[in-house]
Design a protein around this ligand. Structure first.
Ligand SMILES: Nc1nc2c(ncn2[C@@H]2O[C@H](COP(=O)(O)OP(=O)(O)OP(=O)(O)O)[C@@H](O)[C@H]2O)c(=O)[nH]1
Ligand SMILES: [Mg+2]
Length: 223
C-alpha cells in the first residue's frame, strides 16, 4: 500500500476514487442465458476460481461489506449479479458483474456446466463488456483451471486482466514467486492485459489502484 502507483495510473487515482465514492446498487441477477439484462452502460466482470475472493473484492471496491454475498464455502455466488455504479440504476455510469466461481468440485457437474455456459454466453456476446478481471489466489498463483479460463478468453478474444487476491496472507518470498509465475503465465496470451493487480480485500492493498485501473479503462473507451 505504501508504494506510489505506477506513473500511468497516477492521473486516474482521483477519478477512480470518485467513481467508487457514490452509491452502488444491486440491479439484476441472471441465472440463465435468457435472463441477462439489456445492454446499457459499460460493464466489467469478475471471474475466478470459487472462493478466490471475487465477491469480497466487489465489496472492497465499493466500500461496502454486504453488497455482494460472501461465504467461507465455495460456490456462494450462483448467478451473474449486476451492480450499478456512478449513478442511480438506469442512469449509472457503469456496471460491475460478480460471477459464479469455476473449478469447485463440490458443485454438481450439471450446475457448474450450466454456470459455465451462462458465463461463456455473457462474456462472448457482450459488446458493452470492457474487460474481465480474472482473480487468482495470491497464496497459490495460477492453477490449471485459471490457465484454461485464460486460454478460453484468448480464443474468444475476451479482453482480461489478472489480479492476485488474499495477499494479506502471503509472505514476501512466496509473493515474489507467485507474481513471477503469474507474469510468466501471461506471456504470449493475446487477450491478456500485461499488467497484473496486487490485492487484498482484507488489508485494502491494491483497492485504490484497482479503482484507478477501472477509471482509466472508462476514459480509454471514451466513456
Ligand atoms: N485472507 C483473506 N481472505 C479473503 C480475502 N478476500 C476474501 N477472503 C475470504 O475468502 C472466502 C471467499 O470469499 P468470497 O468473496 O465469497 O469468494 P468468491 O470468489 O466470491 O467465491 P464464490 O462466489 O463461491 O465463487 C471468504 O471466507 C472470505 O472472507 C482477502 O483479501 N484476504
Ligand atoms: Mg462470490
Amino acid at each position: 500500500m505504501s508504494s506510489p502507483p505506477p506513473d500511468n495510473l497516477a492521473p486516474f487515482m482521483e477519478p477512480g476514487r470518485l467513481l467508487f465514492a457514490g452509491p452502488c446498487e444491486f440491479i439484476w441477477g441472471a441465472a440463465e442465458i435468457g435472463g441477462l439484462p439489456p445492454m446499457g452502460p459499460p460493464e466489467i466482470a469478475f471471474a475466478g476460481r470459487s472462493n478466490v475472493g471475487k465477491s469480497s473484492f466487489v465489496n472492497a471496491l465499493t466500500g461496502r461489506t454486504t453488497l455482494a454475498r460472501v461465504s467461507h464455502t465455495p460456490g456462494r455466488t450462483q448467478q451473474l449479479n449486476f451492480f450499478a455504479l456512478g449513478g442511480p440504476p438506469g442512469a449509472e455510469k457503469m456496471r460491475l458483474v460478480d460471477m459464479p466461481g469455476y473449478g469447485y468440485a463440490a458443485v454438481s457437474k450439471e450446475k457448474s456446466n450450466a454456470w459455465m455456459r451462462l458465463m461463456q454466453s455473457f462474456l462472448s456476446g457482450r459488446a458493452t463488456l470492457l474487460r474481465v478481471f480474472v482473480l487468482i489466489d495470491g497464496r497459490h498463483g495460477p492453477k490449471p483451471p485459471d490457465l484454461e479460463t485464460m486460454t478460453a478468453f484468448d480464443r474468444a478474444a475476451v479482453s482480461y486482466q489478472v489480479a492476485l487476491t488474499k495477499l494479506d496472507e502471503v509472505k514476501p518470498a512466496v509473493r515474489a514467486e507467485n507474481i513471477a509465475a503469474t507474469l510468466a503465465a501471461l506471456v504470449k496470451r493475446p487477450a491478456a492485459h500485461p499488467e497484473i493487480l496486487l490485492t487484498s480485500s482484507r488489508s485494502g492493498e491494491g483497492v485504490a489502484e484497482f479503482r484507478a485501473t477501472i477509471a482509466r479503462l472508462l476514459s480509454e473507451r471514451g466513456a
